[in-house]
Ligand binder design. Structure first.
Ligand code: C5P
Length: 230
């Protein structure tokens, strides 16, 4: 019997729906979940907290190596709680500012290398759903099912705005659209693991798709993969 963990990677720009899709798949198939963006967001927050200069590569690398972050499954609606140095930062890391700082620290090669093993350790039987930017290209190139989920910048900004309002944050659509575009540029133009689809990824444009439609497509890919293993 094949006991290799099933790895499903969902990469794409912010607001494409990756997080929601990854969560739904993990619970449906009983798999581990890795929200790799949360790691970069926590690192950014830790840098702000410890007043680490965002241009100081060596200090950021050291911070990434020693980062005290834990993902704990909560028994309330919150799902997975993110703890930085023992403190629940699940809410704090979701702000636009935390996202921007995350994309600054994430552009640094040695920082990405320092976080690689932590991410790979999430791959445990029976498998994993990993969402991020380089899950299928760099972190789990061996993944059996790879999806690159995208959507127009306008649609992603609109979703992001609704998400923030739903969580009780202030949100301004124009500002969010500008931020989405700036983050896209930073994520695609960087040299360290730029945002791009893996050659063997299925690219899905969700601009005019519902979450359920996206899920149907991915379930099909999973079924095909399982059938190919016999
Ligand atoms: O996915 P999320 O918006 O939470 O990610 C925050 C930032 O972290 C992204 O804009 C990106 O710069 C960075 N990131 C990354 N690689 C990943 C996940 C996130 O560079 N695998």
């Amino acid at each position: 019997m094949d006991t290799t963990p099933l790895i499903i990677t969902i990469d794409g720009p912010s607001g494409s729906g990756k997080g929601t899709i990854a969560k739904r798949l993990a619970s449906e198939y009983g798999l581990q979940l890795l929200d790799s963006g949360a790691l970069y967001r926590v690192l950014g927050l830790a840098a702000l907290r410890h007043s680490v200069d965002l241009a100081d590569v060596a200090a950021l690398e050291a911070l990434a190596v020693s980062l005290d972050v834990r993902f704990v499954v909560a028994d309330n609606d919150e799902g997975v709680q993110v703890l930085l140095e023992g403190r629940n930062v699940s809410r704090e890391i979701r702000t636009e500012e935390a996202g921007s700082v995350a994309s600054i620290v994430a552009a640094i090669g040695p920082v990405r290398a320092a976080l690689l093993k932590r991410q790979r350790d999430f791959s445990q039987a029976p498998g994993l759903v990993a969402d991020g930017r380089d899950m299928g290209t760099v972190v789990f190139p061996e993944a059996q099912v790879k999806v690159f989920l995208t959507a127009s910048a306008e649609e992603r900004a609109r979703r992001r705005c609704n998400q923030l309002l739903g969580k009780g944050f202030d949100a301004n659509l124009e500002r969010i659209l500008a931020d989405v575009k700036a983050r896209d540029a930073r994520d695609t133009e960087r040299t360290a693991s730029p945002l791009e689809p893996a050659v063997d990824a299925r690219v899905l444009d969700s601009t005019e798709m519902s979450i359920d439609q996206v899920l149907i497509e991915i379930r099909e890919l999973i079924t095909v993969n399982k059938a190919s293993k016999g």
